[in-house]
Design a protein around this ligand. Sequence first.
Ligand code: NAP
Length: 229
Amino acid sequence: MKTVLITGANRGLGLEFCRQYAQAGWQVLACCRQPEKAKALSQLANHYPALRIVPLDIQNHQQCDALAAELQQVTIDVLISNAGVYGGHHAFGHLDYNAWRDTLETNVLSAMKLAEVFAPHLAASQSGLFIAISSLMGSMADNGSGGSYLYRSSKAALNAVMKSLSFDFASQGTGVLIFHPGWVQTDMGGPNGLIDVDESVTGMRQHIEQFEMSQSGSFIKYDGTAMPW
Ligand SMILES: NC(=O)c1ccc[n+]([C@@H]2O[C@H](COP(=O)([O-])OP(=O)(O)OC[C@H]3O[C@@H](n4cnc5c(N)ncnc54)[C@H](OP(=O)(O)O)[C@@H]3O)[C@@H](O)[C@H]2O)c1
């Protein structure tokens, strides 16, 4: 049985990743920061015994270290670093620097911390793969409208560190894939999103399944289209 670890598993894309991988017969380590409030995830866990809900606030590095130690004997085939925040709408002249630091902490540093602590668990897999859920808004080439300083800078930085990670992980045989999930109907994407979570996650899972090491470090859309940096 293959194992996937997913962060931000209680709602949106993370919850749908859990649903689809559990349905496909994987062991799912569903990480969220408030399990007691994760009703939809608890329902999934009741239905799929191989889905385990794991408390994890990705900003809490001690908790990340403790979880990695607790799972020391567990091989992780796919780690989906999905948890993320938008950071709020702050126009030029009214930027909230504390919110900006918090956005960078969650979207960049926490994703990298996960990669560091779970490197051995991924190395133990024949085909370990680290997935970063990024965004088109991290693309310089695509930025035709400006604004969204907090979110854009965090996803651009995430792309940069994940590209570097792909070189460090190559030596242990672990791949890295960076996704733009599409504009998806979730709390973050809002109701006007162009696609639903099913279409986005189905597409990403297909490309995770077909992944080859020669693709490591690429930035692609949920449907496999190459994304401009
Ligand atoms: N939806 C879109 O259109 C879209 C487009 C491009 C990229 N993305 C990216 O896709 C990913 C998932 O987004 P979504 O649309 O599913 O958003 P969402 O519905 O707002 O879900 C965000 C998830 O991240 C979790 N999270 C935030 N900070 C956390 C922390 N410190 N520790 C643990 N969990 C934390 C949230 O947990 P809580 O419930 O505890 O807050 C929640 O589970 C994000 O990285 C986002 O940037 C989304």
